[in-house]
Design a protein around this ligand. Structure first.
Ligand code: APR
Ligand code: PHB
Length: 395
């Protein structure tokens, strides 16, 4: 057994773990990240990238926002498509000047990886059998195997940033955890293509054939989704079938303007809402997907992960610098308040935009009436806009 020590052991080198490590470094706090996969695998995951200002501010504070500012696409509005027409929600006006930035999560992860490597901070990739230990006591540790050698990383605190399927939440006694979940009866079939986006802003479409979303990664790379049955297989969707279905769910002008091309990535993702409470167990803190999942409709996943680690990094800095545990002791409660507001918005937007098995004719009319009210009501549009651009980290 090879022993080492650090102040904060971070399990998981996704956006949450990497951003936490960067924010801790800025506060002079040492961390080691232990990641089960390779850097290439982590970067290979295609995920949404609609960044709230809170997330942009945290990336700036971490020193990882240069490329984001150079290549990110500021978006001041979003369009809702229903009844054969598009309606723009002017988020910038409705929120007194706020906007989101479209910048792929893969790029956020890449920027954070480059920053960490340049700072010479320790990240153990391809770690096997990672286990958090002793987090209910004063000297926790993370054990793992690397190249056949057993390691024990002693630390003051463990941050479980290992995602929904990670080991951290699973290591908490079931009696200490309460979970809340809703699984949606459909999936999203997503396509990435080297084609110019159909519009300069995102289009969310409610159609009787099902939901569709037009998004982008840059001005030359587009990301599209159509709602599909949970038991659909990606192999059964040819590119032509996808483009035809997407066109059928858009308004005529967008369908006409759509530039199609070969898919460079095609996948089906399930949708779920999930929250584990609390998010702290002794000296183990859960952050990001390890603690909560949102359906992608509201593009909140990355933003919630960033908010969690923003609060956690401040709490740990308070512990080490001011010798105060007030932030640590209130971490879970403060995170969960923001998490549940995002869960509500993501659930509401998913319920409004998708065709459910029991939607039926009445349900379709109700959705249409709500959308009609929403795009013609300043109050309702403002409510959507302020949730979409992101609520304050603490309010
Ligand atoms: N040991 C070490 N690492 C692990 C383990 C384990 N037992 N289990 C999982 N991991 C790693 C995964 O390989 C992954 O790199 O933890 C990382 C978790 O990253 P994410 O799943 O991306 O979660 P998070 O960092 O919270 O980011 C949330 O990612 O899933 C999207 O929509 C979500 O945008 C949101 C963001
Ligand atoms: C994406 O670009 O992948 C994306 C954008 C907005 C969403 C979901 C996904 O709500």
């Amino acid at each position: 057994m090879k022993s080492s020590s650090t102040q904060v052991a971070i399990i998981g080198a996704g956006p949450a773990g990497l951003l936490l490590g960067a924010l801790l470094a800025k506060a002079g706090i040492e961390s080691v990240i232990v990641e089960q996969r390779s850097p290439e695998y982590v970067l290979g995951r295609i995920r949404a990238g609609v960044l709230e200002q809170v997330t942009v501010d945290l990336l700036e504070a971490a020193g990882a926002a240069a490329r984001l500012h150079a290549e990110g696409l500021p978006h001041e509005g979003v369009e809702l498509c229903f009844g054969g027409a598009r309606h723009r929600i002017d988020m910038h006006r409705l929120t007194g000047g706020k906007r989101v930035t479209v910048y792929g999560q893969t790029e956020v992860t890449r920027d954070l990886m480059v920053l960490r490597a340049a700072a010479g901070l320790a990240t153990v990739y391809d770690a096997a059998d990672v286990r958090p230990h002793g987090f209910d006591g004063a000297r926790p540790s993370v054990r793992f195997r690397k190249d056949g050698t057993e390691h024990e990383l002693h630390c003051d605190f463990i941050a479980g940033c290992d995602g929904y399927h990670g080991i951290s939440r699973q290591s908490v006694p079931e009696s200490a955890l309460e979970t809340f979940e809703r699984v949606y009866p459909f999936g999203w079939l997503g396509v990435l293509s080297e084609t110019p986006p159909v519009s300069h802003e995102l289009i969310y479409s409610n159609h009787e054939r099902g939901f569709a979303l037009c998004s982008m990664r840059s001005t030359t790379r587009s990301r599209y989704y159509v709602q599909c049955p949970l038991d659909d297989k990606v192999e059964s969707w040819s590119d032509d079938a996808f483009w035809g279905e997407l066109r059928a769910r858009l308004d005529p002008a967008a369908a006409e303007a759509l530039v199609t091309g070969p898919s460079i990535e095609k996948s089906i993702a399930p949708l779920r809402s999930f929250v584990a409470e609390p998010m702290r167990f002794g000296r183990l803190f859960l952050a990001g997907d390890a603690a909560h999942i949102v359906p992608p409709t509201g593009a909140k996943g990355l933003n919630l992960a960033a908010g969690d680690v923003g609060l956690l990094s401040r709490a740990l800095a308070e512990h080490y610098s001011e010798k105060s545990d007030a932030g640590i002791d209130s971490y879970s409660e403060r995170c969960l308040r923001r998490v549940w507001r995002a869960e509500r918005f993501s659930w509401w937007f998913t319920s409004l935009m998708h065709k459910f098995p029991d939607t039926g004719g009445f349900g379709q009319r109700i959705q249409r009436a709500e959308l009609d009210y929403l795009v013609h009501s300043e109050a309702a549009s403002t409510a959507l806009a302020e949730n979409y651009v992101g609520l304050p980290l603490e309010s």
